[in-house]
Design a protein around this ligand. Structure first.
Ligand code: FAD
Length: 476
């Protein structure tokens, strides 16, 4: 046994700057940094395929920044700690909190075992602007509605921590008894569908900051209005970087706030900060209502007659519904691992309301395909769209995908990009090819049912059906 060691445990905070637990751990001058791929503890919420692809590259980048001293392990994190303890004398373990229910429970058990062995555990909040424990109503109960949560709870609560100064010089130790290298984690999916992702993303801490700067210069002005238009470059696409913690919300918060103030763009920067508030709210809901990913938040939805038609679900997953804006969104997801927020709302509304399919099927598909798949944001958002969530979208809000396309992709640029078989269809019919006269279809080289599907559902009839089903449970 050598001298006692301090461990820093990387989790969803794959960065060196503004990392509260790492900053504290680094004060000792030397530490062993570890990453554990734990596919056992999450149960059904094991990381999806697209996220694994991102994680592989994110860890690769982080390891480079740490002079290849990051130590990789695979297996149940409790067991990994037990194994490390057998061969090393550990003084302290530092980590940043995560709020997925399985992690909360796992961390509690690990902390208990470590402390029993006389090891100090130092735990920090490094991934959220507000600690969920610090935001409660006057009655000391959790908020259930976004606006009071954000306006009263957060904005009038503790001021978010300012980003930390760089860490002092640290000697990162290598665990020479551990043969596992990044490649042994087998994170890259077996199917090669993700190969197209590479051209859309630059992964890692440096790239996250570059992307933030680019967004502040080119996307923030006009954000409030243009963030709804998928053909415009007015959203940040920071979500996967935030999910994996390559950048902290505090770094984004203060830079965006200051840019808004300096340029006089407060309306846009406030709107952008509010979106970060939605991220906080989702995490908050998951923390207080840990069953959110698998149970209706509003129990009256437990008797809702959801369908589960496999053919309809598959057509939706493959972007073959015959509803162009829906197909464009689903194909963006498949090709890039990301989908614009407006599209996420449109395709989710279509799945649960027009197709009548349970939100959990949509949640699962997103979980597997999104590079930013996040248990809190994904489950809260699906329940929001389905109407079963906290502060959910009203039951009568059923997006009309034709009107949504005409309004938010008014030049058809986005839809034509992802549904190229409709490229030559005039804008007048782009979002409803089934209404195009035969000669127009012929000229655009489209044969409905052959080159592009007929709609899999009648939009008006399915809307009426959804409205009456939703109405029937409204007052339960
Ligand atoms: P920007 O507009 O640039 O917003 C900045 C940041 O704010 C985002 O990176 C994100 O962290 C946060 N944010 C923005 N909108 C929301 C929102 N509605 N809810 C929570 N946080 C938000 N987001 C995820 O990060 N992971 C998911 O798994 C996820 N699943 C979703 C599923 C559905 C059905 C819907 C409707 C939304 C989902 N969202 C999810 C929320 C939102 O769509 C994405 O966060 C956003 O599109 C990411 O793009 P951006 O970084 O360009 O956003």
């Amino acid at each position: 046994m050598t001298d006692s060691i301090t461990i820093f445990w990387f989790r969803q905070d794959l960065r060196i700057s503004d990392n509260p637990a790492l900053s504290e751990a680094a004060q000792g001058g030397s530490l062993m940094s570890i990453y554990i791929l734990d596919d056992q503890s999450p149960g059904p919420f094991k990381m999806g395929e697209a996220s694994r692809w991102w994680l592989h590259h994110s860890l690769e980048n982080l390891n480079k920044s740490l002079n290849h001293s990051l130590n990789f392990y695979r297996g149940s994190s409790r067991q990994v700690f037990r194994d490390i303890l057998k061969s090393k004398k550990i003084k302290a373990v530092f980590w940043n909190e995560c709020y997925e229910p399985w992690r909360v429970e796992n961390d509690r058990l690990i902390k208990h075992e470590l402390e029993k062995a006389g090891i100090e555990c130092h735990i920090f909040n490094g991934s959220f602007l507000w600690d969920p424990n610090s935001i409660l109503t006057k009655e000391k109960t959790p908020y259930k509605v976004f606006t009071p949560f954000y306006r009263k709870g957060c904005l009038q609560g503790p001021i978010p921590r300012k980003p930390l100064p760089s860490i002092p010089k640290v000697h990162f130790l290598k665990d020479h008894s551990n043969p596992t290298v990044l490649e042994n984690l087998n994170l890259l999916p077996k199917k090669d569908w993700y190969k197209s992702f590479g051209s859309f993303w630059e992964i890692g801490e440096k790239s996250a900051h570059k992307k933030l700067e680019h967004f502040l210069e080119n996307g923030l002005l006009g954000y409030q209005e243009k963030r709804n238009h998928p053909d415009k470059l007015n959203v940040s696409r920071l979500s996967p970087h935030l999910h994996f913690g390559e950048i902290s919300p505090n770094q984004i918060w203060y830079k965006a706030q200051s840019k808004g103030q300096i340029e006089g763009w407060e309306k846009d920067s406030d709107c952008f900060l509010t979106e970060l508030g939605w991220r906080e709210f989702s995490c908050y809901l998951l923390y207080y209502f840990p069953e959110l990913p698998h149970e209706n938040f509003q129990k009256k939805f437990n008797n809702f007659p959801w369908g589960s038609n496999k053919n309809l679900l598959q057509a939706w997953q493959k972007g073959q519904t015959g509803i162009p804006i829906v197909d464009a969104g689903m194909r963006e997801l498949w090709q890039t691992g990301y989908m614009h927020n407006r599209l996420r709302m449109i395709v989710a509304s279509f799945l649960v309301k027009n197709l009548g399919i349970h939100w959990r099927f949509g949640e699962e598909w997103f979980w597997d395909c999104l590079v930013d798949a996040d248990l809190a944001s994904n489950s809260a958002s699906w329940q929001w769209v389905a109407g079963s969530g906290a502060d959910a979208s009203p039951y009568f809000r059923i997006f009309n995908p034709v009107l949504q396309g005409e309004k938010f992709d008014s030049q058809g640029i986005y839809t034509r990009r992802f549904v190229p078989e409709l490229e030559n269809l005039p804008l007048k019919y782009l979002f409803k090819p089934w209404e195009a006269p035969e000669d127009v279809l012929q000229k655009a080289k489209i044969t409905l049912g052959t080159t592009y599907p007929h709609p899999i559902v009648d939009l008006n009839k399915s809307r009426q059906r959804a409205l009456s089903t939703y109405k029937s449970i409204r007052n339960i």
